[in-house]
Ligand binder design. Structure first.
Ligand SMILES: NC(=O)c1ccc[n+]([C@@H]2O[C@H](COP(=O)([O-])OP(=O)(O)OC[C@H]3O[C@@H](n4cnc5c(N)ncnc54)[C@H](O)[C@@H]3O)[C@@H](O)[C@H]2O)c1
Length: 295
């Protein structure tokens, strides 16, 4: 066993990933299995769930794969009940499921608010409450929830989502304090953009003059505004989750790891092509294009 495995101590740990079938959740489920954890996962998408469950089994130990809608409390109860039949305790809980639809708050409905509440906040309260006694039985544990840079800044067009992700962030801090003495650590991972199916949908829904250029223009935008000049990879998010789930982070609780290429740090500073970093105004050449000097 190498120094990383030795210190991470993930081997044999029982982990549950909510939204573990596709995209980011798939990366987390597979990496936990590769690190030696026994992995239970649930997802609303039966095909993604079946594919990832098969790959987890091939890479390591699959405890459970359940179709479940995180927004339905009965579904989550069912997942934990099935988990109990297979493991006497839970060591790691990862809450991945979440999302929203773009739209201005003034046009939103009660149904929109309720959907975002369940999808990004309320199910995590339920999964955490169910996890706590099972982690107490293990003598400790790690809870990691996936949030967003929008939990830490304003997000026009995503205001309700941003509000609930911020609530999740502060809930996690508070829970970390409540559970600190029991060795149950609670942290969040805040993403900027990681390409997933839902991200692709958001990009093509933007009001591009030419939707066929959505990918190219989005990439150009990230090059300007993310200090590292790109979006993240599934594995880069998964690396951070593994760190927080493992004993490598044994004295870290109540905090957020920002997996965003420096986007939160730069807070609006923009790298204008050919002109360098400017804030809060556009670069000199962009200003010149927008407001040409009069002859
Ligand atoms: N992708 C990004 O760039 C990005 C940016 C910021 C935050 N996030 C956050 O990351 C998480 C995953 O987002 P994503 O949609 O981009 O990734 P994703 O497509 O990787 O979703 C992960 C899995 O969650 C499942 N899922 C979605 N809703 C579910 C539900 N109600 N019940 C059970 N499973 C469900 C999906 O089927 C998918 O398999 C969310 O919490 C999201 O808010 C993503």
């Amino acid at each position: 066993m190498g120094i990383m495995d030795d210190r991470a101590q993930l081997k044999g740990k029982a982990a549950l990933v909510i939204g573990g079938g596709g995209g980011i959740g798939r990366a987390v489920s597979l990496d936990l299995a590769r690190a030696g954890a026994r992995v239970a996962l649930c997802d609303i998408d039966p095909e993604a769930l079946a594919a990832t469950a098969g790959d987890v089994r091939a890479e390591g130990e699959l405890l459970l794969a359940e179709i479940a809608d995180a927004c339905d409390p009965a579904s989550i109860d069912r997942v934990f009940a099935a988990f109990d039949a297979l493991s006497p305790h839970l060591d790691i809980l990862v809450n991945v499921a979440g999302g929203t639809r773009f739209g201005m708050f003034a046009d939103s409905t009660v149904e929109d608010w309720e959907r975002d509440a369940k999808w990004n906040y309320l199910y995590v309260l339920q999964s955490c409450r169910l996890a706590i006694p099972r982690m107490r039985a293990a003598g400790g544990g790690a809870i990691v929830s996936v949030t967003t840079i929008e939990a830490h800044r304003a997000a026009p067009g995503y205001s309700v989502y941003a509000g609930y992700k911020a609530a999740l962030t502060n809930f996690s801090r508070s829970l970390a304090v409540e559970l600190g003495r029991e060795g149950i650590r609670v942290n969040t991972v805040a993403l900027e953009s990681v390409p997933t199916a839902s991200q692709a949908k958001i990009r093509t829904n933007f009001h591009w003059k030419d939707p066929s250029r959505a990918e190219e223009l989005t990439r150009a935008g990230f090059e300007m505004y993310v200090p590292m000049g790109r979006t993240g990879a599934h594995q880069e998010l998964s690396n951070a989750v593994l760190f927080l789930a493992s004993e490598l982070s044994s004295f870290i609780t109540g905090t957020t790891v920002h997996v965003d290429g420096g986007a939160w740090a730069s807070s609006g500073w923009t790298r204008w092509p050919g002109d360098g970093w400017y804030f809060p105004r556009p670069s000199p050449s962009a200003l010149e294009r927008m407001f040409p000097a009069s002859e």
